[in-house]
Design a binder for this molecule. Structure first.
Ligand code: HEM
Ligand SMILES: *[C@@H]1O[C@H](CO)[C@@H](O)[C@H](O)[C@H]1NC(C)=O
Length: 324
């Protein structure tokens, strides 16, 4: 398959230029140590604050689903343009996640050979891979060669990111629109094995859920009580709770074990188990951490290809927060 594609490319070289691909050793000539440099910067930042890990993983996901993986989510608003990061869907992306990319980029650009050669989009992709491995998840090779976008619009965000109230059909169709399968979607949802959510994203399930049910009936009653204590009515809006209530700092398959017990934080989490179409996948990942790791690594690689700009498209940003 790959070989015949290569032959096609040789014959129709124009066609293949237009759809240039990412590849593993993209910076072999221009910045051979880029991955080690990023790993050091991410590791240093992670030792200071855990949100480096969960925030950076979520930042990568939000970047890829809006305008493709082009670091458009990192651009700041200007007097004439409200940027993605200032949309309500992105407003809780932690500052530490942006800072991780900025710090890693600065470490790269401090090396004369590498200066202004590596895109912010690639730095984010490498950092997202690294935080998964550093918190106990799988290590995988990351494809590189993304170019940075020059457009970041607040109005592009809403409707392009999944909401915690989503049911399976909505999740499936949004992920499918980016070439991601049901299994990819379930595996990527396992990203919620690390990190935190603010109370307001799920309290609808705890109080006055519906006319028939005061609380969401798909939730474990013990878990409901626990969350009602952590997130009472009129809770301080800054309070955030571990999404994997057992091991929120470890990238493991506990997220899926929790779903089996009705301990998914969002409707979009729990529905993966309650809907028979995805239940088998949840059960597999819950009993087999290796199957989850393999599926997650594969799905992250596919996520990293979504809408990428390559070749002469976009630019290599000097400052990740500003277009050149
Ligand atoms: C499937 C649909 C998804 C929905 C509905 C969803 C929704 C959410 C929500 C509401 C939060 C809480 C944000 C806050 O209150 O600060 C969150 C956090 C998070 N999400 Fe997702 N998400 C989804 C998929 C993903 C994917 C695919 C990834 C990455 C692979 C991911 C990684 C994360 C991480 C790591 C956090 C924690 C961030 C932190 O600790 O600051 N999510 N998500
Ligand atoms: C609900 O959670 C409790 C306590 O963690 C657990 O013992 C129980 O098995 C769970 N219930 C269901 C239906 O999974």
């Amino acid at each position: 398959m790959a070989q015949s594609l290569l032959k096609l490319c040789l014959i129709f070289s124009l066609l293949c230029f237009a759809s240039a691909q990412l590849r593993r050793n993209f910076y072999a000539q221009t910045c051979p140590n880029v991955e080690a440099i990023v790993r050091d910067a991410v590791g240093r930042k992670l030792r200071q604050t855990f949100t480096t890990a969960s925030g950076t993983l979520r930042l990568f996901f939000h970047d890829c689903f809006v305008q493709g993986c082009d670091a458009s989510v990192i651009l700041v608003s200007t007097p004439n343009n409200k940027a993605e990061k200032d949309s309500p869907d992105d407003i809780t992306l932690p500052g530490d996640a942006f800072d991780t990319v900025i710090k890693a980029k600065a470490a790269i650009d401090a090396i004369p050979q590498c200066r202004f050669k590596v895109s912010c989009a690639d730095v984010l992709a490498i950092a997202a891979r690294d935080v998964v491995a550093m918190t106990g998840g799988p290590f995988f090779e990351v494809e590189l060669g993304r170019r940075d976008g020059r457009v970041s619009r607040e109005s592009d965000v809403h409707g392009h990111l999944p909401l915690p109230e989503f049911k399976l059909d909505q999740l499936v169709s949004m992920f499918a629109s980016h070439g991601l399968t049901l299994e990819d979607m379930v595996a990527l949802s396992g990203g919620h094995t690390i990190g935190f959510s603010h109370c307001n994203r799920f309290t609808n399930r705890l109080f006055d859920y519906s006319r028939r049910f005061p609380v969401d009936p798909s939730m474990n009653a013990t878990y409901v009580k626990q969350l009602q204590v952590q997130c009472p009515r009129n809770v301080d809006p800054n309070i955030a709770v571990g999404m994997d209530s057992v091991t929120p700092f470890a990238f493991d398959n506990q997220y899926f074990k929790n779903l089996l017990q009705g301990k998914g934080m969002f409707t979009s989490d729990q529905v993966l188990y309650t809907d028979p179409r995805s239940r088998k996948i949840v059960e597999l990942f819950a009993r087999n951490n290796e199957a989850f790791n393999v599926a997650f690594a594969n799905a992250m690689t596919k996520l990293g290809r979504v809408g990428v700009k390559t070749g002469n498209e976009g630019e290599i940003r000097r400052d990740c927060a500003l277009v050149n």
